[in-house]
Design a protein around this ligand. Structure first.
Ligand code: IMP
Ligand code: MG
Length: 174
């Protein structure tokens, strides 16, 4: 990552505002429901922690980890679950929280897998959405930021496992 310069794209204040707005939406939509929030590891952990604390309704949480075959930057399309959730979701309202959607392959796969377990509802929330990069159709129900181009790090997002700890989101520049 040393060969890139980092430029702040979303400051912690801007992120905070968006997360609070999303939390408001989620709280309204899931009021009175049996909500389980499922974080996709590792990238979503900071976003999810802020999101659920800004929500005004109760929830339970769980985590899932997915791996895609192929290199770190090029998605092969073959995804597998390396750590599954431990909570039964049949008949429950599930909100999956992701850091960023790119080709859509990861969440399209996850959606198919989770639907097999017959949740009552299944919704998706992503901090960042690179909509124009889709290789398969996938639409997130809640989106923090739409991003046209660039590779971003910080606030949970990594480049080769680096930079997750940064409180702001940066775009990498050559
Ligand atoms: P996809 O939607 O299946 O292509 O994969 C999305 C995953 O790729 C995300 O969960 C991230 O782990 C990773 N990813 C895609 N774009 C970025 C980025 O700009 N920064 C950090 N990770 C990214
Ligand atoms: Mg990820």
């Amino acid at each position: 990552m040393e060969k890139y310069r980092k430029r702040i794209l979303y400051s912690r204040d801007v992120i905070d505002q968006r997360v609070k707005a999303l939390a408001g939406q989620v709280s309204r939509d899931f009021s009175g429901k049996d909500l389980i929030v499922v974080g996709v590891l590792k990238g979503s952990f900071i976003f999810m922690a802020d999101l659920i604390r800004a929500m005004t309704i109760p929830c339970t949480i769980d985590f899932i980890r997915l791996a895609s075959y192929g290199s770190a930057t090029v998605s092969s399309g073959k995804v597998r679950i390396t750590k599954d959730i431990e909570t039964p979701i049949t008949g429950r309202d599930v909100l999956v929280v992701e850091d960023i959607i790119d080709t859509g392959l990861t969440l399209a796969f996850l959606k198919e897998k989770l639907l097999e377990r017959n949740p009552r509802t299944l919704r998706f929330c992503t901090l960042i959405d690179k909509k124009h990069r889709r290789e398969v159709a996938f639409q997130s129900d809640y989106v923090g930021f739409d991003l046209d181009q660039g590779f971003v790090v910080g606030y949970g997002l990594d480049f080769d496992e680096k930079a997750r700890y940064l409180p702001d989101v940066y775009v990498l520049e050559e």
